[in-house]
Design a protein around this ligand. Structure first.
Ligand code: ADP
Ligand code: MG
Length: 254
């Protein structure tokens, strides 16, 4: 179970969650994406209804609805499933505060969910609030997408401290397993400088595969598709296929 987290918005959390999940499923794995962002971008990208009164992650977290009641099979993608988020989830951040075991509600729901899955990927919101805490308490691994841009490392210390706190108090087996460099523009010195700096700091945690900046990646969600089906030959599709292969390989050698 992998939580994809970074409290900065727009760094590629959702794009990475959706496309890694799709790539893994295309390699024969059974994968559930849990959309934990009230924006519901992952649900949109996976063509999973998340408007009006469809049951969503909010009801799982706050009303104890079983996970099985909200999970949907992603159209035309065998082995890929989505637990959608509606805008209701925006209220969960506050409503969770007064609930029992408020940090462990997602873990409890996923533990009770008896589907046979190889991976669960949790797409976190751009904050370090209770939703992200729930993801970090449920997961075994954290994956952090880092955008190859100015201020890429800003705020990362805060996220890492949170991971350490959760490890110390709530989830001892949590580990920062993966850093993925996103929106890499090979033409700029800045991008290669950021990549170098991140590798110097985090070593082998950083995937060898770097995700390039690619218009196809930003277009795919509006067609409710991963980039692998939208444009399989594009640089973004190939990069996410490679990234997924690396992740599967790492999982097999841990
Ligand atoms: P987050 O979930 O961290 O907020 P997103 O995955 O939604 O970030 O990405 C933010 C925006 O950047 C989206 O419009 C997305 O389509 C676009 N984007 C993400 N990754 C890339 C990329 N490698 N190349 C081009 N556009 C990208
Ligand atoms: Mg997002």
């Amino acid at each position: 179970m992998i939580a994809v987290a970074n409290q900065k918005g727009g760094v590629g959390k959702t794009t990475t969650s959706v496309n890694i999940a799709a790539a893994l499923s295309m390699n024969g794995q059974r994968v559930l994406v849990v959309d934990l962002d009230p924006q519901g971008n992952a649900s949109t990208a996976l063509a999973t209804e998340h408007r009006g009164d469809v049951p969503d992650v909010y009801q799982v977290l706050v009303d104890d609805l079983p996970m099985a009641d909200i999970v949907k099979q992603v159209p035309d993608m065998p082995g890929l499933y989505c637990a959608p988020a509606t805008i209701d989830l925006a209220g969960a951040e506050i409503e969770l505060v007064s609930l029992v075991a408020r940090e462990a509600r997602l873990r409890r729901a996923l533990t009770a969910y008896e589907a046979e899955l190889d991976y669960i990927i949790i797409d976190c919101p751009p904050s370090l609030g209770l939703l992200t805490v729930n993801a970090l308490v449920a997961a075994e691994e954290v994956m952090i997408p880092i955008q190859c841009e100015y201020y890429a490392l800003e705020g990362l210390g805060q996220l890492l401290r949170n991971v350490d706190l959760i490890k110390a108090h709530l989830n001892p087996t949590l580990r920062l397993s993966t850093i993925v460099l996103t929106m890499y523009d090979g033409r700029t010195r800045l991008a290669s400088q950021v990549a170098e700096e991140v590798r110097a700091h985090f070593g082998d945690t950083v995937l060898n595969t770097v995700i390039p900046r690619s218009v196809r990646l930003s277009e795919a969600p509006s067609y409710g598709q991963s980039v692998m089906t939208y444009d399989p030959g594009s640089s973004g599709a190939m990069a996410y296929m490679d990234a997924a292969r690396e992740i599967a390989h790492r999982a097999a050698t841990v």
